[in-house]
Design a protein around this ligand. Structure first.
Ligand SMILES: O=C(O)CCC(=O)C(=O)O
Length: 311
């Protein structure tokens, strides 16, 4: 094929000096079409070689320690994709459960043996009753807190903000809303948002007003960042399952929130879906990685919760 190409090139050079032969004459020749097909095939060969190179490099990087040294992934799996690849659940977690127990003064051992070990959800009536957060946390408190610190400083990665059905694009925008709307004055557009506190300085201040729930054992840790959900009646989170590392607790500080818990789809025929209302001072504990959950703020006061994963 190279010889043919060379000869064609020499003819082309001669043709350049001729006013009678143009390139359109060449396009009509069979040999030109063959060469074009060949070079296109060559290009595809290049693409194949390039793709193989990318795959090999990707594999080598994956196998090397470069990206294994931290918890961060080189590429995040999209959350919807991770749900598709979720391992099927054993229906033991939901078999024979048709309600969420409400308990009081539960010991760490009972909590672990009767609930946490089996991923059985529960509400602890007296979980947060004595926390100053119940009196202190409100819209103005969070607004002052986040306006008083430089959120670009001491902020970890993985800061997340859930606008739900609002127009807000960030927590900063939430705190710019006018006072009437923030207190859900009649006629104002209602709102509901959630965020994880990823700022160490803000975290230290928040922790002055709440503590690790008393029913978690001494060995158990609050993991990573706290999550705050705040907003008005009629709103909540759609039915979903999380893809986090551990189960979570969530303390209801103000307002009332209805939780709907559903078994994973593979257990729908064996297990029931049920609801529980969480009131101020109570803590709900759910393995949100295993139980599908939906929330709905009940009529009344603005709902404010704080929660965290625990191991
Ligand atoms: O508290 C809420 O409204 C939503 C909580 C939630 O969806 C979660 O923790 O995964």
């Amino acid at each position: 094929m190279n010889k043919v190409e060379e000869r064609l090139n020499s003819i082309l050079r001669k043709a350049e000096n001729s006013s009678e032969i143009t390139t359109s004459h060449f396009s009509k020749l069979d040999v030109t079409n063959k060469l074009v097909t060949f070079s296109f095939f060559d290009l595809n060969q290049c693409k194949i070689k390039f793709s193989v190179l990318v795959l090999v490099l990707g594999h080598l990087l994956y196998k090397s320690d470069i990206f294994n040294s931290s918890d961060e992934c080189f590429l995040e799996m999209p959350s919807d994709a991770s749900k598709i690849f979720r391992e099927p659940e054993s229906c033991d977690i939901c078999n024979n459960i048709d309600q969420v127990d409400k308990v009081v003064n539960i010991s760490a051992l009972d909590f672990y043996e009767k609930y946490a070990r089996m991923a059985k959800p529960l509400v602890v009536n007296d979980g947060a009753v004595s926390w100053p957060a119940i009196k202190v946390f409100d819209f103005e408190f969070f607004k002052d807190l986040y306006n008083s610190i430089d959120t670009k400083q001491n902020s970890r990665r993985n800061c997340q903000f859930f606008p739900y059905k609002t127009e807000f694009k960030s927590l900063e925008e939430v705190f710019e809303m006018k006072i009437e709307r923030s207190i859900l004055a009649p006629g104002e557009k209602s709102w509901y948002v959630g965020w994880n506190n990823c700022n160490d300085e803000a975290g230290k201040i928040l922790q002055q007003y709440y503590e690790k729930p008393y029913f978690l054992s001494n060995n158990s840790e609050n993991i990573a960042m706290s999550w705050i959900f705040m907003g008005g009646p009629g709103h909540g989170a759609h039915m979903h399952v999380d893809n986090v590392h551990y189960p979570s607790w969530q303390a209801q500080l103000r307002g009332k929130k209805l939780w709907k818990l559903a078994p994973p789809p593979e257990c729908l025929y064996k297990c029931k879906t049920f609801e529980v209302v969480v009131e101020p001072g109570e803590i709900i504990v759910v393995d949100t990685n295993r139980w599908y959950h939906q929330t709905f703020i009940l009529p009344g006061e603005i709902s404010i919760t704080i929660g965290s994963e625990f191991d």
